[in-house]
Design a protein around this ligand. Structure first.
Ligand code: SD4
Length: 343
């Protein structure tokens, strides 16, 4: 339950339209709900939102929007997500994805290879199996059985170049989501040096549809040059993605190990259940990550969350400067928003 003093602080932070009910549900003082709304992580969220918005603005289901939206990013061979992304340290591109609908159904795949749209396989896991998560070869076999074509093993030209460069030293120091150059150029080196367009490898998307239902999706190639078999937060329900249609939805990006250890997105949604507005809920979950690390250590990696509540309000928070997310609604016409951050 939200303590009185904390609630007063939140109210002064602009949370005045929310009250926490005795049953932990959230009631809004005014009944205004902004819908539909879609939000997606990073600048790649702009293109993804456009396809999601086509569905939402036509009265479509949030689940369809969050699947179709992130498929745009998965298809882009010059991007960070999907088969065009950097491989693991043995040279294989392995992908993770998860999806959740308004009924709390969930599906996910991890370490899947040679499949262009892991998010759609995750949806098939949710809809056509009694399971939540399929991994590796089994996930690939399932995808093929569902009609997904097996794509080529070869790396994209850009990933090939980066991998060859990495092989020169083969240092096992995955760099992730560090957007600022900072004072220590090694620790803060961006993942992608050439055009600066992206230096992250995940897209997370959350949406509320015209019917007021929530869904979310998350898809990633994980860390570049990761250990073979490494799985991050993105396909783990409650870590990379969580949706509770009574409360809200959240997705994460950043160093997956830290998100997993704090059950990141479930934590965000639970803060919202206790009355925190989305931005404050994300901040509180980020503080949980900091709490189990020294500040010095936390300054060397990135974790970021975005969240949406039942009122259609979107917020985000990150450890480091440089995280952004795109929001599309009737009021906000697909705008990239710089996230607030701790350091
Ligand atoms: C992971 N969270 O596999 C993902 C990586 C990420 O932008 O978000 N990259 O740990």
């Amino acid at each position: 339950m939200l303590h009185r003093r904390k609630f007063i602080q939140l109210s002064s932070l602009g949370a005045g339209s929310l009250i926490a009910s005795k049953s932990f549900g959230i009631k809004f003082k005014n009944n205004k709900v902004i819908k539909p709304v879609v939000a997606a992580t990073w600048n790649t969220g702009i293109a993804a939102n456009i396809d999601a918005w086509k569905i939402l603005s036509n009265g479509g289901r949030a689940l369809d929007a969050v699947e179709k939206g992130v498929m745009v990013t998965e298809s882009s061979i010059n991007c960070c997500v999907g088969l065009g992304a950097n491989p693991d340290r043995d040279g294989y591109v392995t992908l993770d994805a998860s999806i959740m609908d308004e009924f709390g159904n969930a599906g996910a795949v991890a370490a899947i290879e040679r499949i262009k749209h892991p998010i759609s396989v995750a949806r098939k896991v949710m809809e056509n199996t009694p399971h939540v998560l399929l991994v590796g070869e089994g996930a690939q076999q399932f995808a093929v059985s569902q009609g997904f074509p097996l794509e080529s093993k070869s790396l994209s030209p850009e990933a090939e170049l980066e991998y060859k460069e990495w092989l020169k030293t083969s240092q096992y120091k995955p760099k992730i989501n560090i957007e600022q150059t900072g004072t220590n150029p090694t620790a803060f080196a961006p993942l992608k040096l050439s055009n600066g367009d992206w230096n992250h490898d995940t897209i997370g998307m959350i949406a509320i549809d015209a019917a007021g239902n929530l869904s979310g999706s998350c898809t990633t190639s994980g860390m570049a040059f990761k250990m073979r078999g490494r799985v991050g937060d993105s396909p783990l329900i409650g870590s990379g993605l969580f949706v509770d249609n009574e409360i809200g939805a959240a997705v994460s990006t950043g160093l997956g190990e830290e998100v997993i250890k704090t059950a990141g997105t479930h934590t965000v949604v639970e803060y919202m259940r206790h009355g925190y507005p989305p931005e404050e809920a994300c901040k509180a979950a980020i503080q949980r990550v900091i709490k189990r690390n020294s500040i010095e250590k936390a300054k060397t990696f990135q974790v970021a969350y975005i969240a949406i509540n039942k009122q259609g309000i979107v917020g985000g928070y990150a450890i480091q400067k440089g995280f952004n997310y795109a929001v599309y609604s009737n009021e906000i016409n697909n705008k990239l928003i710089d996230s607030k951050y701790l350091y």
